[in-house]
Design a protein around this ligand. Sequence first.
Ligand code: GDP
Ligand code: MN
Length: 395
Amino acid sequence: MKLLEHQAKERLRRVGIECPTGLVARSPQEAEKAAQEMGPVVIKAQVPIGGRGKAGGVKLAKTPAEAHAAAAAILSMEIHGYSVPSVLCEEALEIAKEIYLGVTVDRDRRSMVVILSFAGGMEIEEVAEHSPEKIAKLWPDPFAGPQAFEIRELTLQALEAVGGDETLPKARYLAELVPVVQSLFRLSQELDASLCEINPLVVTASGQVIAGDAKIEIDQNAEFRHRDLVRELGPDASAATSGDDPLEVEARRRGLTYVHLGGSVGIIGNGAGLVMNTLDLVKQHGGSAANFLDIGGGAKAEVVKQALEMLLLDPAVQGVFVNIFGGITRGDEVARGLISARDELGMQLPLVVRMTGTREEEGRQLLEAAGITPAVSAPEAARKIVELIGSTGSS
Ligand code: GDP
Ligand code: MN
């Protein structure tokens, strides 16, 4: 679940991170009124996606009339597929420096990571790709959180990485960033956030350090712990969740081609054509496919295991149909891979396997002995999985 900017900033304020004063407007009139109260404002599209600035969804307005016009323009935009139901009208900042600060998950290190860069403002992915040396990272102890001395070290590293920055004296940076990083880290833990990001963390012309933008994403798997938040965010939250399908995101991370379809039969096949054909067969036999999962050429045991694991993440899946078209691929190896994957994952659901290839007969015998249903042809497999799901009942 992605929070909108104004929702994320509200969370930042609650943990003591400075944010500009702002009002949410749903019409140009409301934006105009806000500008009358606030003076020069920045009008910002409230959509659950970054890159609004580049897309024209962030506009400065010096006068109420300009605010009216900017809001009218932004409210009628579509930004990366999102319509814009509201804008945030904030007192405009006089920006002297844009810093990037983020807390996210480092999957390789199996740890949270704090990322700091004095090359802020841009998308951090861009900085990471073109000038990764400008980014400093800290992997704090998850229980103690980032310590003041660690944050000072991080800050020095980040400053050195860009050859220093004169916007503020070094001592001010060291002092200012400690509480911001600590609060942001604590917030990300409290919210089970997969991402808490301030980009830019602004240093104003008068030397104030303040959050110019805020992005918070709550880990989908932890949403049950944040029902109150989901409720509080109301209709905006559902708008924010309508982003990418989380299973598809997860599959992409695992390097699998996966499309969520919503039915109850999980499908694994090697090759897009074969998978599409399998979907049709399941349908013809009265079942409904839960997904489209293509593991590509061959059928390596590890890939099959990843695919099975993916399917089990979908609570709607009631049975799995594996369709492997092998040539040189050895059926007995595929069978052994499947059996050990099922056992390792503790999978209880019906599993029907149709495979062809070298030693396919031997493979089928292994499967049968392990309680997995083998099939010689794909239509036969489709019939069997639909029957098995029917007989185990849908709970
Ligand atoms: P994003 O593009 O979706 O990340 O939206 P941001 O809120 O980060 O805004 C994009 C850019 O607009 C920032 O990096 C700033 O350069 C600029 N911007 C945002 N707010 C202000 C403001 O109050 N004053 C000024 N001068 N620029 C702003
Ligand atoms: Mn931003």
